[in-house]
Design a protein around this ligand. Structure first.
Ligand code: DC
Length: 232
């Protein structure tokens, strides 16, 4: 890291679901020794919690109140991050497709996004932060010195998601997953608040034909080129 940086350096990685950004963000954060923010997990926990509490997914006021005092915490465990709700590990539950759907629905509400803003910014701590989401570069960390927009074709993302779910023992069919991904893309891109789009100053990486390592190396090269790190 350069000595002249007054503020915590932030690497924003945005992109659609199953673009690989979660995996890439984790590896890059590990390689740099930086903190990691999985902002999608916050929306997922909120959707999950709302359902548990019987809060309607279009009740913006109630959801905002829930988001403001969301009892979520992140625990590092063996190189992985456990996501806890009320101290209970819900990492597995929140990765379910159904919870992704709930997250996508609460995420369209501006009061909810506002309530989660400060919480996300609190993750910016020395020596640096890798922030993974949809609006890291466009809303949450607009001054981030490096912004990446990671994407891939819907078919390729469907395949990746299918393999991921199979590995974890969840059932799914490929055509249904591709369909879900398209629907979620539409919702994330068309929504009025913080729509999914690359920041004007983002580097767009299409990972359809790239391996995870290719993407990681490309990002680390860029971080080094911009003097965010001594060497990558
Ligand atoms: O990245 P993910 O699949 O875990 O995100 C779940 C949902 O949360 C996704 O449909 C969009 C929403 N989300 C968002 O609106 N803004 C973010 N910064 C992160 C996620």
């Amino acid at each position: 890291m350069t000595q002249t940086q007054a503020q915590t350096p932030i690497l924003a990685i945005d992109g659609p679901s199953s673009s690989g950004k979660g995996t890439v963000a984790r590896i890059v954060a590990g390689r740099l020794g930086w903190h990691l923010l999985d902002s999608g997990a916050l929306y997922r926990v909120l959707g999950f919690h709302a359902e548990q509490q019987g809060v309607a997914l279009d009740d913006a006021e109630a959801l905002q109140a829930l988001a403001q005092r969301l009892p979520v915490s992140f625990r590092e465990q063996g190189g992985d991050t456990q996501v806890c709700l009320n101290g209970e590990d819900v990492s597995r539950e929140i990765r379910d497709e159904r919870v992704g759907e709930l997250a996508s629905r609460v995420a369209i509400l501006q009061p909810v996004r506002d309530a989660l803003l400060a919480r996300q910014r609190d993750f910016a701590e020395a020596p640096g932060l890798v922030a993974d989401g949809r609006d890291m570069g466009t809303v949450v960390f607009t001054a981030a010195p490096l912004k990446i927009f990671l994407t891939a074709s819907a078919e390729e993302r469907g395949r990746r998601r299918y393999n991921q779910l199979k590995e974890k023992g969840f059932g799914a069919t490929l055509p249904a997953l591709i369909e879900d991904i398209r629907a979620r893309d539409d919702r994330d891109m068309q929504r009025e608040v913080a729509p999914l789009k690359p920041a004007d100053d983002a580097i767009v990486i299409d990972s359809t034909a790239m391996t995870i390592d290719d993407v990681v190396n490309r990002i680390l090269d860029e971080a080094a080129r911009r003097a965010l790190v001594q060497s990558a």
